[in-house]
Design a protein around this ligand. Sequence first.
Ligand SMILES: O=C(O)C(=O)C[C@]1(C(=O)O)C=C[C@@H](O)C=C1
Length: 402
Amino acid sequence: MAAFVARSPMTPLRGHIAAKPSPPNQPQTAEIKPPTTLRSKRRLCMRLFASSSLSSPGPGDRNKITHNAAGALQLDSLLPSDTPPFDASPRDSLPRPLSSTLGSNPVPDGSRLRVAYQGVRGAYSESAAEKAYPNCEAVPCEQFDTAFEAVERWLVDRAVLPIENSLGGSIHRNYDLLLRHRLHIVGEVKYAVRHCLLANNGVKVEDLKRVLSHPQALAQCEHTLTSLGLVREAVDDTAGAAKHVALHKLQDTGAVASSAAAAIYGLNILAEDIQDDCDNVTRFLMLAREPIIPGVDRPFKTSIVFSLEEGPGVLFKALAVFALRQINLTKIESRPLRKQPLRASDDGSNGFQKQIYFDYLFYVDFDASMADQKAQNALRHLKEFATFLRVLGSYPVDTSMI
Ligand SMILES: O=C(O)C(=O)C[C@]1(C(=O)O)C=C[C@@H](O)C=C1
């Protein structure tokens, strides 16, 4: 069995501005209306910054924005002032109202949408961003947090980030970041992920001892990599792995990445479609500073997050608010409630010792628009006993052929 070594051979990550988590204690169901005047736009901008614990962007902020060695966007408060500024051109300093038309591109003033993704050129996330917003300017970001922050700080217009994969499961980090940040889900895009085994010119499969890739990609190719007896090393993204192998002309190390990454970094494709199942699809979320106006003209989905009191049947009761109204649930995910991960029962009535429970946040996606009365009633019902509830977004279902 091949060993899994979780370390990054890439340039060490620089510290980025950590967004302070917002306490999940207030229902966040209110919509922010698009601003109409420049002043109200500025006010909205300030309000958003205030709520995300980040200061509003100004000339000084340019010093904090850089690209790393791999070319990805970094937000760094510790950089010297002579660091080359990121091209946050004037259009980024003026807030633009978002339209309710998904995928609207180019934006009304004729400029292209700037869309943040995690990874470097050739990452699947870049292709997903281009599928979500054709002709956009895809902006590479070093980490998921960086992409969230880039939208919050008006450096880009949108972010497209993976949330789940049909083989590897949920991308937990992004669930946690959805709650920590104040962005809204305005759409989803499904992308068929087809992994290749890449190596430098002249390197054969039998020369390989190890392989680099994103942990999700390594997990999606578990059988193939095990059968080849390769040691796995996790890096930040698949294309970054390809770039590293090419840059260092590695002869005993391959990368699991896309055919696009092979072309960009000049690697050979030793094997195609090496994922464990040919149906390998990653679902990405499209994130914006403002929500879209939910409609009923096409299939919509709504994503929420809530927490509950401990007690028998409480989760059953929570899910029943949807079942009672014939609302189909498409996804449920639980994550530790970090602010209060454990809870001791104060009920000593059964004569046993106090019990310690884990406390959770539940993320649920359901098949209904917030414009639908049924969905509003279901959430009103849920609010009667949920200790916290936030609507993350109500957006059109991606029904496109993958
Ligand atoms: O590394 C990449 O290329 C990515 O875009 C990231 C990512 C992920 O986070 O799941 C996206 C799609 C694939 O599932 C594998 C990796």
